[in-house]
Design a binder for this molecule. Sequence first.
Ligand SMILES: Cc1ncc(C[n+]2csc(CCOP(=O)(O)OP(=O)(O)O)c2C)c(N)n1
Ligand SMILES: [Mg+2]
Length: 355
Amino acid sequence: VLNQKETSGDLAFDVPTLWTDSIANDFSTNPAWAAPAPSDADLISMLGKMQLIRQFEDRTFEIFQSGELAGTTHLCAGQEAVAVGVVSSLRDTDYIFSTFRNHGHALAKGVSPRRLMAEMYGRESGTNRGRGGSMHIMDASVGLLASGSIVGASPPLACGPALGSKLTGGDAVSVAFLGDGAMQQGTSYEAMNLAAIWKLPVIFVCENNGMGQATPIASVSPVQPYLRALAHGIPGVQLDGQDVEEVNRVAAAAVARARGGEGPTLIEARTYHYYGAWIGEPTKAHRDRAVDAYYRRHDPVVVLRERLIARGALSSSAWDDLADEIEEIVEDAIEFARQSAPSAPADMAAEAYVS
Ligand SMILES: Cc1ncc(C[n+]2csc(CCOP(=O)(O)OP(=O)(O)O)c2C)c(N)n1
Ligand SMILES: [Mg+2]
């Protein structure tokens, strides 16, 4: 375990007394974990992807609120930098496994916004032909092999193609996104242990948004998530999940490590999501207002946009154009979904397990 990013003074809630912090270093003081900074062009591309996710999630919220779509969805607005920072360090041929909070991972990996939206509308043109809905998005053509409702499913699943890659001499890396709640599942430890002992090319990315539904992480875990890496003898890195550049630099180092045969890494990204744990969450009263305010001040899209503007790499008008273009992409996806044919009942059971 190498690092814990020093957090700013106004994060007074940041280190609950419950947790012991034996190691506290900024990741950048450990150059082994800091791959070179991405270029401005790459950062602008990451900014566009984050804005696409934000716009997609904001519109999805409105669509569900209006009653046009029923059922549930788990929005990731606020967590964009983790998905985009990690996935931007991967190749198209690498694999990711997601959770129920999967739209950001899917869009970052290249799932078409049209097919993603159509899946939520239950259309044949959706990623899963409308059978899976929001929680079960998968698209093998871009390397999103699974996402789903079972908390703690992604770590063992990600070990599968990682083992395959190792056995066949391939160089594909496999990423498991998991929540802080999922860190408490036995499956996560079994997977990390196996990955460590077999030196699998897998990266475990814990999106620590501080809550598992209404349960604060500090009330169920005596240590911060990244410290669990100690138990498996693998590197554990805690970082600022609001800063896409930082996420990307650490992820790139973990990817190089995995591809080089050195085995797995656990990354803990401190982050936050704006909407409820799920679309129907009745109240957010259990949320800490100071935490909410802190993360809204450190919005990942705004952080990167302002940084690029401040150093002259992006103009305000170029940003406006980018935002307009993305708005059109999302509106087009919604129109596409609305006009697509509903999932056909005739062969509904053909792709389902029946016992
Ligand atoms: C195996 C299992 N246990 C319990 C649940 C119910 N459940 C759904 S979401 C959730 C909390 C997940 O928290 P976290 O992993 O932190 O993800 P987040 O919602 O914060 O993204 C729980 C317990 C479930 N879906 N699967
Ligand atoms: Mg959580």
